[in-house]
Design a binder for this molecule. Structure first.
Ligand code: FAD
Length: 318
């Protein structure tokens, strides 16, 4: 079922959902099931599976030159989604990125997703490879999420890259895009980033999922700005509790976000990592309670393969 239909069927009651990473090379699907099982009692209507781009492995020669010798592979997002749908009978939402795909490969991936009965996709540009300084579009691929989105919209209207299909061959994806309450790190300011978010919705995005944030005022400001500018699609807050003191540095560095002083000081005052986890969970419980009151349609958790903190929060909030 489409995410927008899950939301409208819930009639204002917030839903719970979460995101997983596909397993690393050599692991089996069991690791994924172990990360899902503890959360199934809360009836998530959908589970997202991220797409992690391959990264090259280099060998350094005596003259200093680097040679690409292999690339790091993960089991595919599509295969992980198929396994989840098969075992749990919930909607799996694959993330689809621009990086690493030509337009033809993108189209073939979407044909496979349609064939598997996947109704939703989250379309993203993707980040730069670790080995590159900035995002480099794949030759004959898409450079921005809005281009990839347009491609999916075209397929939904029966317009494929090289041919126009009969009505029966139209895809029917409900399409999500990313939004950034604290702006995307490459954007010079919030307004420019917002302009491109609006462009994605005007192109046909059905819902927005936000980057994680720790201050609900930032989510509210984004929702208010969207509503004032004619963006009426659901805006799903992305949430992650702080679970270790190291994350005070790593989360702002990786995700380009602010951690409120009250939270950072509470974490710095902790005497053990166990206490840090408790503070992080308590903060997120409070954030979730407020988001429910604010009418957030779904509370969507970035579990990163660790379901336990999310489980404690959801137990307290739902
Ligand atoms: P875009 O919307 O294309 O925006 C990228 C930047 O370009 C922004 O600064 C934007 O303001 C600007 N911009 C947009 N359009 C234009 C234009 N036409 N001209 C000039 N500038 C423009 N990454 C992964 O690799 N895999 C994942 O599974 C994944 N899942 C994610 C899920 C969520 C909910 C979020 C919030 C992020 C996720 N990411 C993932 C990270 C994401 O790929 C990065 O943040 C990436 O750098 C930007 O992706 P985007 O889709 O927001 O890009």
């Amino acid at each position: 079922m489409k995410i927008v239909d899950h939301i409208s069927n819930a009639k204002g009651k917030p839903l719970f959902s979460f995101e997983l990473l596909p397993p690393i090379k050599g692991q089996s699907i069991k690791g994924i099931f172990d990360a899902i099982d503890p959360l199934m009692e809360f009836n998530p209507p959908f589970i997202d599976v991220t797409y992690l781009r391959e990264d090259y492995i280099y060998k350094q020669h005596a003259n200093g030159l680097l040679e690409k010798i292999a690339y790091r592979k993960r089991p595919s997002t599509v295969a992980t989604c198929a396994a989840i749908m098969n075992k749990y009978n919930v909607d799996a939402v694959p993330h689809l990125i621009c990086g690493g795909f030509t337009k033809d490969e993108t189209e073939n991936a979407l044909i496979d997703l349609q064939f598997l009965g996947i109704d939703n996709v989250l379309v993203l540009r993707g980040d730069a490879r670790k080995s590159d300084n900035s995002f480099i579009p794949t030759p004959d691929g898409h450079a921005y999420a809005s281009e990839l989105l347009q491609h999916v919209v075209d397929m939904n209207n029966g317009r494929y890259l090289h041919d126009y299909m009969e009505d029966a061959a139209k895809t029917d994806f409900c399409i999500g895009v990313a939004g950034y309450p604290e702006k995307h790190y490459e954007s010079p300011n919030l307004d420019t980033d917002f302009k491109y978010l609006k462009h994605k919705v005007d192109t046909g995005a059905d819902f927005i999922v936000t980057q994680m944030f720790f201050d609900n005022k930032k989510y509210k400001a984004l929702v208010d700005k969207c509503r004032a500018n004619g963006i009426n699609v659901p805006i799903i807050p992305g949430l992650k509790p702080i679970t270790s003191s190291k994350q005070l540095v790593s989360l702002p560095k990786i995700f380009h976000l602010d951690i409120p002083m009250e939270l950072s000081e509470a974490i710095q005052a902790c005497k053990s990592e166990k206490d840090v986890k408790e503070v992080g969970i308590e903060w997120m419980i409070h954030q979730c309670q407020e988001l429910k009151e604010m009418g957030a349609p779904v509370l969507h958790f970035y579990t990163m393969g660790n379901p336990e903190p999310t489980k404690k929060i959801v137990q307290a909030v739902f």
